[in-house]
Design a protein. Structure first.
Length: 124
């Protein structure tokens, strides 16, 4: 299933292709499509990422968030979103060794991020 969001255009499809990934609770990893950039939230590359100790994780703060937003707009154009309503998701989460590089970041509406994506990773 793919879903989009208002402001990025809504997209919903039940088509499944290729292998799927489930967490420990047998919840499938959801596909999210950003209809502005045309990019689909990538699947995790592996299913066995180790937890990185808090002190070894890359930092994330408002300065880095602002840099990502600027880079996104420079790359894809200005979607005219209310960025304060979006979270910047780390495709490979920082607690699993993810970095702050542009390819590892993906804007997601806060409610989707907090209610669907983050709970999936909590049960990874």
């Amino acid at each position: 299933m793919t879903v989009g969001w208002a402001g990025g255009g809504i997209s919903n499809s039940a088509d499944q292709v290729g292998p799927v990934l489930a967490n420990k609770r047998a919840k499938l990893y959801q596909l999210f499509k950003n209809n502005h950039s045309g990019k689909v939230l990538p699947f995790p590359a592996r299913a066995d990422y180790k937890t990185v100790p808090l002190e070894d994780r890359v930092p994330w703060n408002n300065t880095l968030r602002g840099k990502y937003i600027k880079d996104y707009i420079n790359t894809y154009g200005d979607p005219k979103w209310d960025w304060s309503a979006l979270d910047i998701h780390h495709v490979r989460p920082r607690e699993r060794g993810g970095q702050n590089n542009f390819a590892n970041l993906y804007p997601i509406p806060r409610d989707i991020h907090q209610q669907i994506v983050t709970p999936w990773w909590v049960n990874y």
